[in-house]
Ligand binder design. Structure first.
Ligand code: ME8
Length: 520
C-alpha cells in the first residue's frame, strides 16, 4: 500500500458567504485528494470553518446575533457549497467544536511547559480584517493617509494584557529548517518572502486577548482567549484526534500538504512550525501558497462586498466545467483574473468542441456502424501506435508529474494536447470514409480511439469526476479498471468479446452561451 496522504485547505472565516477564492482552493485540494486516491493512497482530506476571533465577534454584533449563531448559519453555506462542488473531504471541521478547544489547550500547555509562553502587555498595530499583528515598519499609507497593513487593510493601535509566545527564540531553528527542507514552502517566490521576513528578525507574538471572549480559553486564565490563529492552526491536529495518541495521528501526521492562499503563508510557514517545534510535534511536509483570483482584474473579498456566488456559477455552467476552468485557466501559484466570458469560451473550445466532440464522434460511429458492439482490433499501423504512445506518455508521465507538482494548468494542457492528437488522428483516418472502403480498418481506428478516450477520461477524472464517471460508465469501463495501472492494461479485448453493448451516446458538455446580462 502506498503512503497515506493528508491534505488540508485553510479553514475559512464564516463571517460571510463563501466566495470564488474559497471554491478555488477547495477544488484544487479535492483534485489532489482524488488524484492520490486514484493512485491507491489512503487519503485524508480536511476542510472547514474558522469560527473564532474578533472579526467574527464584531460581525455578529453588527448583525445583532451571537457569534455562534453567525457561525452556525454561515458554516452551513460553506458545507452546502462544498457538497455542490463535489468536494470529497473526509472531514468538515468547525473550530467551535468542543474537542477542538481541548486540543488547542493541550498544544498551549505543551508550549507553556517548554517555557515559551509568558504574560506581558501588548501595545501595537492590529488588523481585524487580517486577524494579524503588524510591525510599524510593515505599515504603509492608505488613500486617506491612514496607516494600513501590507494587505491594505486598516490597523488599530491596541493596548492590553496578553500572553506572548517566544517566537524570537525560533528564528534560527526556522531558518535551519527552511534550509534543510527547501521545498517546505512553495512556490519559490513565497519561500523567498518568508525567508526574508524571518532573516529580518522575529518579535515575540501576542497570543491571547482579553477584550472579547469568543474563542478558546487560555488554560488557567479564563479572562484570556487564545489569539484566533493559535486555535485555527491547531485544527490540522484536532482533525486527527490530537492530543490523544490516536491511530489517525500515527498514520497521517505530519501532514503532506497545507494548501492555502498567498496571504496566509506567514502564519503557516513561520508561526505554525514554531508552535509545533515548541510543543514537540513534528512539522508538516509542505505548505503551498496559491495565487488569488481576481474578478475582471479586481480583488473579490467579503469585506469589499464584490463577491460572486461560486454556487451560482456552478449552477449556470456546470460543476465540472467550473472545476476544469479554474484549474486550467490560471497558473496555480500566481494570481489570475477571471470572467464569465472566459468560462464560456474555455468550455466551448476545449470541453464541448474538443474532448466532448471526440467522444461523441467515436462512440456514435460505433453505435451506428457496429450496432454498439465494440469493434475488433485488426492490424495496427504506425499511426495507431504513435497515438497510443502519445496518450500513454501523457497519462502515465506528464499528468501525474504535473498533478504531483500542483501544476494543474500544465496537467490539463498536456491532456488537451493528447485530445488534439486524437482529433487530428480521427480527421486523418476518416473512419466515416473507411466504412465504405475498408471496414476492418475502420474497426481498428475506432478501437484505438476507444482505448485512448477511456485513458484520457480517467486521467482527468480528478478534475471532472461526474462527467468522466458518466463517460467511463457508458463505455463499460468498470470501477476495477479505474486505476492508472489497470487502464493501461489490455482491458479492451476482454470488453470487446464480452456481451457489453454501447448505448446511444449522450453529449457530455453542452455548448454554453453567455447570459444576456453578462454580454458587454
Ligand atoms: O484566511 N482567491 O480565512 P479566509 C484565492 N481563516 N484564494 C483566496 C481568495 C481569492 N480571491 N481570497 C481568500 C482565513 N482566499 C483563515 C485561515 S487556516 C488555519 C485559517 C483564500 O476565509 C485564502 O488565502 O479569509 C485562504 O487560504 C482561504 O481562501 C480562506 O480565507
Amino acid at each position: 500500500m502506498a503512503d497515506p496522504f493528508y491534505i488540508t485547505t485553510a479553514i475559512h472565516y464564516p463571517n460571510g458567504r463563501p466566495h470564488i477564492g474559497h471554491a478555488y482552493e477547495t477544488i484544487a485540494a479535492d483534485v489532489l485528494a482524488r488524484f492520490h486516491r486514484q493512485a491507491g493512497r489512503e487519503v485524508r482530506f480536511q476542510t472547514g470553518t474558522d469560527e473564532h476571533g474578533l472579526k467574527m465577534a464584531q460581525k455578529a454584533r453588527e448583525l445583532g446575533v451571537t457569534p455562534r449563531e453567525l457561525a452556525d448559519e454561515m458554516s452551513g453555506y460553506f458545507r452546502d457549497l462544498f457538497a455542490k462542488l463535489n468536494i470529497s473531504h473526509d472531514r468538515f471541521f468547525r473550530t467551535s467544536e468542543d474537542e477542538h478547544h481541548r486540543a488547542s489547550q493541550a498544544l498551549w500547555r505543551a508550549m507553556e511547559e517548554n517555557g515559551d509562553l509568558y504574560l506581558d502587555r501588548y501595545e501595537g498595530w492590529y488588523s481585524i480584517r487580517d486577524e494579524a499583528y503588524y510591525d510599524e515598519s510593515e505599515l504603509t499609507e492608505g488613500e486617506g493617509g491612514e496607516k494600513v497593513s501590507p494587505q491594505g487593510t486598516p490597523v488599530e493601535w491596541t493596548v492590553e494584557e496578553s500572553w506572548f509566545f517566544r517566537l524570537s527564540k525560533y528564528q534560527q531553528p526556522l531558518l535551519d529548517f527552511y534550509r534543510d527542507n527547501p521545498d517546505f514552502i512553495r512556490p519559490e517566490s513565497r519561500r523567498n518572502e518568508v525567508m526574508r521576513f524571518v532573516e529580518g528578525g522575529l518579535r515575540d507574538l501576542s497570543v491571547s486577548r482579553t477584550s472579547f471572549d469568543w474563542g478558546v480559553k487560555v488554560p488557567g486564565h479564563d479572562n484570556h482567549v487564545m489569539y484566533v490563529w493559535v486555535d485555527a492552526l491547531t485544527n490540522y491536529l484536532t482533525g486527527l484526534g490530537f492530543p490523544d495518541d490516536t491511530e489517525a495521528m500515527a498514520k497521517f501526521w505530519p501532514a503532506d500538504l497545507h494548501l492555502i492562499g498567498k496571504d496566509i503563508v506567514r502564519f503557516h510557514a513561520v508561526y505554525w512550525p514554531a508552535f509545533l517545534m515548541s510543543a514537540g510535534v513534528s512539522l508538516p511536509k509542505h505548505v503551498f501558497g496559491h495565487g488569488f483570483l481576481l474578478n475582471r482584474g479586481q480583488k473579490e473579498s467579503k469585506s469589499l462586498g464584490n463577491t460572486t456566488d461560486p454556487g451560482a456559477l456552478a449552477d449556470r455552467y456546470g460543476v465540472d466545467v467550473l472545476r476544469y476552468f479554474l484549474l486550467r485557466e490560471f497558473s496555480f501559484g500566481q494570481d489570475g483574473s477571471y470572467s464569465q466570458e472566459a468560462i464560456v469560451s474555455r468550455s466551448n473550445s476545449e470541453l464541448a468542441n474538443s474532448f466532448g466532440n471526440l467522444a461523441q464522434r467515436t462512440l456514435s460511429l460505433i453505435f451506428k456502424n457496429c450496432d454498439g458492439i465494440l469493434p475488433p482490433v485488426g492490424i495496427r499501423t504506425a499511426d495507431d501506435d504513435a497515438l497510443l504512445a502519445h496518450v500513454g506518455r501523457v497519462i502515465a508521465k506528464d499528468m501525474p508529474a504535473a498533478y504531483t507538482d500542483l501544476a494543474f494548468a500544465q496537467a490539463l494542457e498536456s491532456w488537451m494536447g493528447a485530445v488534439f492528437a486524437c482529433n487530428a488522428y480521427i480527421d486523418a483516418q476518416a473512419p466515416w470514409t473507411l466504412k465504405k472502403t475498408d471496414f476492418a480498418r475502420m474497426e481498428t481506428v475506432l478501437a484505438t480511439l476507444y482505448v485512448a478516450i477511456a485513458q484520457l477520461a480517467l486521467a482527468v477524472e480528478p478534475v471532472m469526476p461526474t462527467a468522466m464517471d458518466k463517460l467511463l460508465g457508458a463505455m463499460g469501463v468498470g470501477k476495477d479498471l479505474r486505476t492508472p495501472e489497470a487502464i493501461r492494461s489490455d482491458w479492451y479485448a476482454p470488453l470487446e468479446t464480452s456481451d457489453f453493448r454501447l448505448a446511444k451516446p449522450e453529449g457530455l458538455f453542452p455548448r454554453l452561451e453567455l447570459p444576456e446580462a453578462e454580454l458587454s
